[in-house]
Design a protein around this ligand. Structure first.
Ligand SMILES: [Zn+2]
Length: 266
């Protein structure tokens, strides 16, 4: 008698043989360093998580060396002042930045691979890492929002890397996630292309406003970006959320290089 669960078993055997042969002939490359992706089987949990979240396989290929280098800062070093150079009349002087990774090693290759290599699946993986670090540090809020991209850059890239980081992090933390809460009110230059602090402040000053479609009064909101350098962009985004009535804002960046510590826990 034919086992219905095995129907077509011969066909799937052939398919899996073909797949293995193709993998042998054309092995997948690590999406960060380009070497042989020999760690694909080691993050099966992430693959499953991604599939549950999006209904599609993660499509991520990574090598063991890159995978094992994603070590976060010590928990006490992840909490910082949002601005690297605080100024006197800052309306939110104690604004906190949660940033678990140094912008170094594979992260320094991974972030540009996401942004300029358009590796969206890698952003999802980094978002899962971010979410698990935040979960281990008991970070909570009412809402998670990404720093928005300008229309022009969104068109060019096809996705907002901050959103791709924030979505899986929100799912892990079981915090509602929403886009279009923060809106870009002006097109800015890339902060990394500007040299001085004054230039960077002027570039992002008034760059965001909160959408009137959302009632943020009394809410604790987390705003997520990929990288923080001076912190001006996140600071500006947080000010727009406070202006719209948020009671507390936590800025989160996946990575950056910073030493200024903030004593106030979120
Ligand atoms: Zn690699």
């Amino acid at each position: 008698m034919t086992d219905p669960n095995n129907a077509g078993g011969g066909g799937s055997l052939v398919l899996s043989f073909l797949k293995e042969t193709l993998n042998f002939m054309f092995p997948e490359c690590c999406c960060i360093c380009g070497k042989l992706a020999d760690a694909d089987g080691r993050f099966a949990g992430y693959g499953k998580f991604c599939e549950d979240l999006t209904g599609k396989p993660s499509g991520l290929h990574i090598c063991g060396k890159c995978l094992s280098s994603f070590a976060p800062y010590e928990p006490s070093r992840r909490w910082l002042l949002c601005l690297s150079n605080p100024y006197d009349d800052d309306p939110v002087p104690n604004l906190t930045l949660y940033m678990p990774m140094a912008y170094d090693g594979p992260v320094k290759s991974a972030i540009p691979a996401v942004k300029f290599g358009k590796k969206k699946e890698l952003a999802g993986f980094l978002g899962c890492l971010l979410g698990s670090f935040m979960e281990s540090d008991s970070v909570g809020a009412d809402l998670i929002v990404p720093v928005p991209l300008s229309e022009a850059r969104l068109k060019e890239r096809g996705f907002n890397q901050a959103a791709e980081l924030a979505k899986p992090a929100a799912a892990i933390l079981k915090i509602p996630y929403a886009e279009n809460v923060l809106l870009r009110t002006k097109n800015t230059n890339r902060q990394t292309e500007l040299k001085g602090n004054l230039e960077r402040i002027a570039n992002v000053s008034g760059a965001f406003e909160a959408s009137e479609d959302w009632d943020l009064k009394g809410l604790t909101v987390i705003v997520v970006d990929d990288v923080a350098t001076t912190g001006f962009t996140l600071h500006e985004a947080a000010m727009a959320l406070y202006d719209a009535g948020a009671s507390k804002v936590l800025c989160v960046a996946f990575a950056g290089n910073r030493q200024v510590k903030n004593a106030e826990a979120f």
